[in-house]
Structure formats: C-alpha cells, structure tokens
Design a protein around this ligand. Structure first.
Ligand SMILES: [Zn+2]
Ligand SMILES: [Zn+2]
Length: 262
C-alpha cells in the first residue's frame, strides 16, 4: 500500500493530466452523441474555457510547486484524523468525505460573500454550459480555492493518497456535472448519491432561487442535509436560461475581466 501511495505521489501531475484529458474527450463525444440541450458552442468559446483551465493549472503549480500532495506528506499523521487516532481503514474514506463537505461550504460561501461572488461570477457567466465550463474558474478563484483546500488538508490531516484521489475526483466531477449530456432516467437515480449534470445545470439558472441551490460538487448528500437541494427546475432543462443577466458577453476576455466590473 505504501509503495502504491509513493508511486501515485511521484506521478501525480501526469496521472491527473491523463485522467482529465481522457474525460474531456469522452464527455465531448457524449455531448455530441446524446446532447441534453440544443446549443451552438463556438470553437473559440470552448478554446477560451480550456485555456483558462491551462492558466489555472500553471498558476497553482507556480504558487504551490509540489501541490496539495506535498502539504499532505509534510503533515503526515497530523490534523483532526491524527488527533483522534482514526484507524487506517477509516482515514482514506473519511478524508474524501470531509474534503467534499469543505468543498460544499467553499462553493456556498463563494455565492454568499459578495467579494467571493465577484470571482465565482466568471464561472456563472457561461451561457452555454458544456464540458469545458468545468474548467472555467477565474484564476483569482483558483488561487483562493487552493488556499482553502490547503487549510482543509492540514486541518483534516488527509493523507497524500486521499488528496490525490480527491483532486482527480474533483476535476472529473466538474467535467461530468457541466457536460451537456442526456443521461435520461439514470440522472435521477445517480442524483440520490452524487451530483449529476441535471442537478448542477439548475445551479447555473439565472433565477436566484435556483442558483442558490445545489452547491455540491461530488456527493449530493450535503445539499440534502443543509436544505439547498432542488431536483426540478421551474422550466424544462431545455429551456433554462443560463449565464448572468448582467454579463453581456461570455467570451474568454469577459470571463477574465468579470471580477473587475462595477
Ligand atoms: Zn456556483
Ligand atoms: Zn458550475
């Protein structure tokens, strides 16, 4: 197990990049084979979102060269799980569940605190939700998010392997739940456990009573516990108006400039 963890840690960047690229291609294909909504996405728009993803990956590596994994290795045996002497078999799943809980509140606070919403609004300004929207987070949000995740890793005492798995899970879930992919009845079944494309699309609605629901990233449980779960939008999914009324444009430059608009 320790050798496996060392191997994963040593190849973390390649592993994350490989999984990300595979899922991008897979969901891109599924969006074309089984689209949920009819929408024309300009190649320049998709390329802009992808480029934002590349900027964020580079920026985070520049600020935290070893990534959150290095932090977890340094903090080995510490944090809450170390303090309560949690058994080995429990540490891995407990870390994943607690990190997902942190991400729920992280997302909710980005909506509820005006300073944070300025940055997160760049993500919500996308009018044609698709797999590339899963990478469209303003670099400012990516940096604040890295700081929050770093604190969570230290406080929880998540081991390196759990941190790597969580980051892969998080990236994969973001691509999955932004994909314009029709899952049919499976969407409702999966929603009992995880966040699905239909569940997250509702969160991107222009209606405030819908965009303040469904904050979860992976487990749908947190929205149910904290009273923010909504399974059916007011309009059919094909008709939901996406994006922000105040954002006239949703291109690459508009996304980067979004937090600085009055
Ligand atoms: Zn949001
Ligand atoms: Zn989103």
């Amino acid at each position: 197990m320790a050798e496996f963890a060392d191997f994963i840690s040593a190849h973390e960047a390649a592993l994350r990049g490989g999984v990300m690229l595979t899922l991008l291609v897979l969901f891109f294909g599924l969006e074309r084979a089984l689209p949920r909504r009819r929408q024309n996405i300009a190649p320049s728009h998709a390329a802009g979102n992808l480029f934002i993803g590349v900027i964020n990956a580079g920026l985070v590596r520049l600020i935290v060269p070893g990534g959150l994994v290095a932090l977890a290795l340094w903090n080995s045996g510490g944090g809450l799980l170390g303090l309560v002497h949690a058994p080995d078999w429990l540490i891995f799943p407990a870390s994943l569940i607690l990190l997902d809980l942190v991400l729920y509140w992280h997302h909710r606070l980005f909506h509820e605190i005006p300073f944070l919403w300025r940055w997160h609004g760049a993500h919500h300004s996308d009018r044609t939700l698709n797999v590339t929207s899963g990478l469209r987070f303003h670099p400012g949000e990516a940096l604040i998010s890295t700081a929050i995740k770093a604190m969570a890793v230290l406080l929880i005492g998540a081991p390196a392997l759990a941190v790597i798995c969580f980051e892969i899970l998080l990236n994969g879930a973001s691509l999955f739940n932004h994909a314009n992919w029709r899952l049919g009845r499976l969407d409702g079944i999966l929603q009992k456990l995880i966040v699905t494309p239909d569940m997250h699309r509702l969160h991107h609605s222009r209606l405030p009573q819908e965009s303040r629901m469904n904050y979860g990233f992976f487990l749908s449980l947190w929205d149910r516990i904290f009273g923010t779960y909504k399974c059916r939008p007011a309009q059919a999914h094909e008709m939901i108006e996406l994006g922000l009324a105040e954002a006239e444009n949703d291109n690459f430059i508009a996304a980067l400039m979004h937090p600085f608009k009055r």
